[in-house]
Design a protein around this ligand. Structure first.
Ligand code: AOF
Ligand code: ZN
Length: 361
């Protein structure tokens, strides 16, 4: 039975889970609390990094003997497999937990319901789905990666009031300082960022995280099919911040072996692709444990992602600047606050409109 207190304790577990936000890839973020039958919280836990203990184990360690007969609240189905760490369900059963309340099934195909079944087999009451919506939101990228083998893809674009994203060959600032800070925080939580060659040639971006704290390396991906980006581009001077991956067509790599060799000698990862299809490239990025990818532009790269239906989320930052003329956003990019809008955030003079793309599969 779902008690009135269950939602409140789950809210606490969901809050704890956020401590791992942006740090746990390729693992999900998970929070857990252990509560005695008289409603006293005797254990708290969060999963803070891959390879580290799971949230349930942290909470059970804190609870010690008080876990006997208690309820364990966890934001994800407890695991039943041995990965980098051992199965949580065995620890839960051994601790004598009487009841488990979980927000959602672990989408990982090696778990997916087996953790719950294990617990029920041992006579532990299991309640699923409390806080499900919030838990799913916390692990959207993980669920995408673990089921599809590719990163969750967010397309982000800033637009002028008259609908332009910039001017050809010119660096244009559209967003204000509040939006910039928000967007750098978002960058800090992503595993990787991608831009097209045109954006590197026009903006020469550093593609680093500023204005926000980031504890781990940041992967930058440059889609440069025909090897147009010069070695002097700023992004190549930021290898200390994390890997830089250049996606080039196999033909271009073959035609310009010296250029490729120079990049590789400098520490750049050159990923040779057959054709210009994005899906296989995304799977290769997924194999590098990249769970989330922020595609910043430009319009041609956005258009390619949209044409191939490789987009999970679209973010439009509407700004008050008027450009008069310039580059249009990718066709098919819904620039208005459409009906499917999932989030709308006011950022000073700018406004973020976010839409999640839902798929049948
Ligand atoms: C849990 N609690 O806190 C997390 C879980 O390599 P491992 O041992 O860390 O296992 C990683 C997998 O375990 C991951 O793919 C996901 O299915 C699950 N993560 N499960 O019970 C946790 N982080
Ligand atoms: Zn576990």
């Amino acid at each position: 039975m779902v008690g009135a207190r269950d939602a409140a304790f789950m809210a606490r577990a969901l809050f704890l889970a956020e401590r791992g936000a942006g740090r746990t890839s390729p693992n999900p973020i998970v929070g857990a609390v252990v509560v005695t039958p008289d409603g006293i919280v005797v254990g708290h836990g969060a999963h803070l990094q891959a390879g580290g203990p799971h949230a349930e184990v942290v909470a059970l360690d804190e609870a010690g003997a008080l876990a006997r007969g208690a309820t364990l609240y966890c934001t994800l189905e407890p695991c039943c497999h041995t990965g980098r760490t051992g199965p949580c369900v065995e620890r839960i059963a051994a601790a004598g937990v009487g009841r488990v309340v979980a927000a959602m099934t672990d989408p990982n195909p090696t778990v997916r319901g087996r953790g719950f079944a294990f617990l029920r087999d041992r006579g532990i009451a299991v309640i699923e789905g409390v806080g499900a919506e919030e838990a799913a939101r916390q692990n959207t990228a993980f669920a995408c990666w673990v089921t599809r083998g590719r990163p969750h893809v967010t397309l982000k674009v800033a637009v002028s009031r008259d609908g332009f994203v910039g001017r050809a060959g010119e660096r244009v600032r559209l967003t204000g300082p509040i939006a910039d800070r928000f967007l750098h925080r978002q960058r800090a939580a992503m595993d990787a960022i991608a831009v097209g060659a045109g954006t590197v040639l026009t903006d020469d971006p550093a593609l680093t995280v500023r204005l926000a704290y980031r504890a781990r390396p940041f992967t930058r991906v440059i889609f440069d099919w025909s090897l147009r980006v010069p070695a002097a581009a700023r992004v190549f001077s930021t290898l200390a911040a994390g890997p830089v991956i250049m996606v080039v067509s196999r033909g271009a790599a073959r035609a310009q072996p010296d250029t490729v060799a120079r990049f590789e000698d400098a520490g750049v990862v050159v990923l040779r692709a057959d054709g210009r299809e994005l899906a296989p490239v995304l799977r290769r990025l997924g194999a590098r444990d990249l769970l989330s990818l922020l595609v910043e532009g430009g319009p041609r790269l956005h258009a390619a992602f949209l044409a191939e239906s490789q987009v999970d989320r679209v973010q439009v930052v509407a700004t008050p600047r008027v450009l008069g003329q310039g580059l249009a956003a990718a066709a098919g990019m819904d620039l208005g606050p459409g009906s499917a809008l999932t989030r709308r955030v006011v950022l000073g003079d700018d406004e973020l409109w976010e839409t999640d793309v839902h798929r049948a599969d």
